[in-house]
Design a protein around this ligand. Structure first.
Ligand SMILES: *Cc1c(COP(=O)(O)O)cnc(C)c1O
Length: 841
């Protein structure tokens, strides 16, 4: 075929090309049978034909790539079929819009989903290779910061497993979340060059690019007596779709994750740099391609950077156009778009999609404003992920107007009409109007993206019961009054495939032996484990699984960082992003207090419950206090670990670069899960769920989903401490003075004084002075107010752990009672409360 004959990109997907006569041309080619011999043949074929090497000459990367391609081949037929079905059936689809997907490694997950794990292991062994070694070769795609991005990854897994017609849209960052190393205990960020060797899971389609425009101006024109507006942009970039398979668990379905990569266009070079200057042209190219270059490493405190807004618009514009172009039948009536799609906004990052859809409908498709607004309001739903005011994203009108002038006009009109409706309902209550306006006036004129999402969304949900309640009562009360029924809750969940079945094979086998296989896709069935808590034999097996997982963690940490988990230690884990509201400092104060108690002779060494405290946390590179806290944890760790007076009974490990892969080793080994945020600050948490499902007991505040965990597992199987949210409010209202708590508690004073004295900084008192003075004079997250209660709860932990049998019983009950926290259940809730999509299976 000559280039002149090249089909239109969309025609290329036609299932039966005109004139095909060979029987093989009529359907997707199927791989060899799913047997060891079939797998060996396909593996060697991909190694030879895709990688272009013989087995004897292959590198570890060649073998990993060939293995990945083999797994892909087995999934391909279903993927092509699912893509075809979604287009043809025209069933209502979920478009999950998320700027982040913290995917974790793909190989194991895709082997598991396709039921090929054992066959692959045997096939590789027959080739003299080891699956265990090859899986270590994969660099995880870290295209997210923390909980929000991991939630998106769990959700696409559940959508595929439940067979919901859906697609995930996001950004194919060239550099994901930075790789963290420590130098002298301080965080150093290294670029995450995860694509250096390419990704064998990625299917780029440059020929299906979408054009995304920026800048310029708007103009009005006469369209047969109707005045219309059009956007005259200044520059474009090309958005290249890169597809990833999202296989459902053993159900033969394969969904799509479509991540966009920015590429310069010729038009781009010509419009701004038409000087013919080669260097300028190359520079222009770099400028365009910067858009998908790097993930912003801020977790919950966004910086209002121009490039970030470019990223947001880039991926949502490409996604909306992609959906309209490729998923809608020819001549589809756009007035019915709400029957065909729901765009779920994962936080405010994709909210610029709202004015983009309005622009497409009104300016490009000629729909009148009111009709377009009616359609748009049905097509969006918004998930809020925070309660921290500083985390609510705003974009200055100045920047937005420069980058997306037409969108700003549309936002103004949405706001005008919205505020008119508010006046009509509540009268000219200027304070209320100002509070509800999508446009903030101070400290600068800016668009409040959460408000825009709330006005446009058919539903707004929080991510845990408490969070949804506080969202309605504290963050958006005027909106709740104005839009009765708009607010709802969907408590987060985690995928049992990755976080139980894959991460904890030993516990998975034990569960399956006890209650059969079904729990992997019906996690409430873990309830059937409850009676086994009273079975001494089962308890012994459960304890052995936990011990084995600790040995496995020990091996991982030893190989990775030269660290060791203490023999027979309680494994006490706090892994999550470093943020003051999460209160890693409270955990540090506990460690320092125990340490101080022993070295001062106040705590007899034999009374100290042997513990290994494991931290994992990245700090945003610009978040100075968070980085200081990392430094303090490392400093306390090296002092404590080296002090022979403790005889190794207290160990602090801080393996760098906490990511999904490390989570999969750490969580199954944990005895104690630290979920100690200030009440009212953690929207949900999902780490808390992963731990409980892996048989760790939680020490936690009444915050986020901890509340629901405690309700389910029972008070006697949960270590609750600290103020509840109303008490936090009351203390704030009275005026919180942390120094009063310092003065009143001798133990707290000794711990803080030890830090202040320079004991952990070679006598240099200045190093941690900013932490100490912040605690004493500001302490925004009330660490000192909750210290005494936390220490008392830790004493209860020690006592409970000493009664080994009782502890194991509680741990089993945690597993048995936390099936609710499957992301499959979350997706069912989204379907029932928000999406109303038909189930496909
Ligand atoms: C689950 C997870 C998180 C979220 O943890 P929280 O404790 O809910 O903040 C962050 N990072 C990784 C790698 C995770 O797997």
């Amino acid at each position: 075929m000559t280039t002149a004959d090249a089909p239109h990109p969309h025609d290329a997907a036609a299932p039966h090309p005109e004139g095909a006569t060979h029987p093989l041309a009529l359907a997707p080619v199927t791989p060899p049978p799913a047997t060891v011999d079939g797998f060996v043949a396909e593996f060697l074929r991909t190694l030879n034909f895709d990688c272009g090497v013989a087995l004897s000459a292959s590198t570890a990367n060649d073998r990993y790539v060939a293995l990945a391609h083999t797994v892909r081949d087995y999934l391909m037929g279903r993927w092509l079929e699912d893509l075809r079905q979604q287009k043809e059936t025209q069933a209502k689809s979920v478009c999950y819009l998320s700027a982040e997907y913290l995917l974790g490694r793909q190989l194991d997950n895709n082997l598991l989903a396709s039921g090929l794990t054992e066959i692959a292991a045997e096939a590789l062994a027959a080739c003299g290779l080891s699956l265990d070694e090859l899986r270590e070769h994969e660099i995880e795609p870290g295209l997210g910061n923390g909980g929000l991005g991991r939630l998106a990854a769990c959700f696409i897994d559940s959508l595929a497993t439940l067979g919901v017609p859906s697609i995930g849209y996001g950004i194919r960052y060239e550099y994901g979340i930075f790789r963290q190393t420590f130098e002298d205990g301080q965080q150093v960020e290294q670029p995450d060059a995860w694509l250096t060797l390419g990704s064998p899971w990625e299917f780029p389609h440059p020929e299906r690019a979408q054009l995304v425009s920026f800048g310029g101006r708007t103009e009005t024109y006469d369209d047969g007596g109707v005045t219309r507006t059009r956007w005259v942009p200044a520059w474009n970039v090309s958005a290249i779709p890169c597809n990833y398979m999202v296989p459902g668990f053993e159900n033969g379905r394969v969904n799509t994750l479509r991540l966009w990569r920015a590429k310069a266009t010729d038009a781009f070079d010509l419009r701004i740099f038409n000087s013919g200057d080669y260097e300028e042209a190359v520079r222009a190219q770099t400028f365009a391609e910067n858009i998908s270059k790097v993930l912003y490493p801020e977790d919950s405190t966004p910086q209002g950077k121009e490039l970030r807004l470019q990223q947001q618009y880039f991926f949502v514009a490409a996604s909306i156009h992609d959906f309209l172009d490729t998923m809608l039948a020819e001549g589809y009536d756009l007035a019915k778009l709400g029957d065909r799609v729901i765009f779920q906004l994962n936080d405010t990052h994709p909210v610029i999609a709202v004015p983009e859809l309005m622009r497409v409908l009104v300016d490009e498709r000629g729909m009148d404003w009111d009709a377009a607004w009616a359609v748009t309001r049905r097509c969006f739903a918004y998930t809020c992920h925070t309660l921290l005011p500083e985390a609510l994203e705003v974009w200055s009108v100045d920047l937005l107007g420069r980058l997306l002038p037409r969108h700003l006009e549309i936002i103004y009109r949405i706001n005008e009409e919205f505020l008119a409706a508010v006046r009509a309902r509540f009268g000219d209550d200027e304070l209320r109007i100002r509070n509800m306006s999508i446009i903030a006036e101070f400290p600068e004129r800016a668009v409040r993206m959460a408000y825009l999402a709330t006005v446009a969304g058919s539903k707004v949900n929080g991510v845990a019961e408490l969070h949804s309640q506080l969202l309605r009562e504290k963050v958006l009360p005027d909106f709740d009054a104005f839009y009765p029924g708009k607010f709802t809750n969907v408590t987060n969940g985690v995928t049992p495939r990755r976080f139980l079945r894959l991460a904890n094979p030993a516990l998975s086998s034990l569960i399956t032996e006890a209650i059969g296989e079904g729990w992997v896709t019906d996690l409430e069935r873990l309830r059937e484990l409850e009676p086994f808590a009273d079975d001494a034999g089962f308890r012994a097996s459960f304890a052995e699984v936990k011990a084995a997982n600790k040995r496995r963690l020990n091996d991982v940490l030893h190989a990775r960082d030269g660290m060791r988990v203490g023999d027979g230690h309680l494994v006490d884990v706090m892994v999550k992003r470093l943020h003051e509201y999460k209160r890693q400092l409270l955990k540090v104060l506990h460690v320092v207090s125990e340490y101080e108690g022993v070295i001062s002779g106040r705590i007899p060494l034999e009374q100290l419950q042997p513990r290994t405290v494991v931290f994992g946390a990245k700090a945003a590179p610009g978040y100075a206090m968070a980085k200081r806290i990392i430094h303090l944890i490392n400093a306390v760790g090296s002092t404590v670990n080296a002090d022979t007076r403790l005889d190794g009974r207290l160990q602090v490990l801080f393996p760098p670069n906490y990511n999904v892969t490390l989570a999969e080793s750490v969580i199954p080994a944990a005895d104690l899960s630290e979920q100690i945020s200030l009440a009212g600050k953690e929207a949900s948490g999902t780490g808390n769920m992963k731990f409980a499902l892996n048989g760790a007991l939680t020490i936690g505040t009444d915050d986020g989903a901890n509340v629901e965990i405690r309700e389910l597992v029972g008070d006697e199987n949960f270590f609750l401490f600290g103020m509840a949210e109303p008490e936090v409010e009351a203390l704030s209202a009275r005026g919180y003075r942390p120094s009063e708590f310092y003065q009143a508690d001798a133990g707290l004073r000794r711990a803080i004084d030890l830090i202040a004295s320079g004991s952990f900084s070679a006598g240099d008192r200045s190093v941690f002075e900013p932490i100490v003075s912040n605690l004493l004079y500001e302490d925004r997250f009330m660490v000192l107010a909750d210290y005494a209660s936390y220490m008392a709860a830790q004493d209860r932990v020690d006592a409970a752990y000493r009664d080994g049998d009782r502890w194991i019983r509680s741990a089993i009950l945690n597993v048995a009672r936390c099936g609710f926290f499957s992301s499959d259940r979350s997706i069912h809730d989204y379907i029932d409360r928000i999406w109303h999509t038909p189930p496909m299976i």
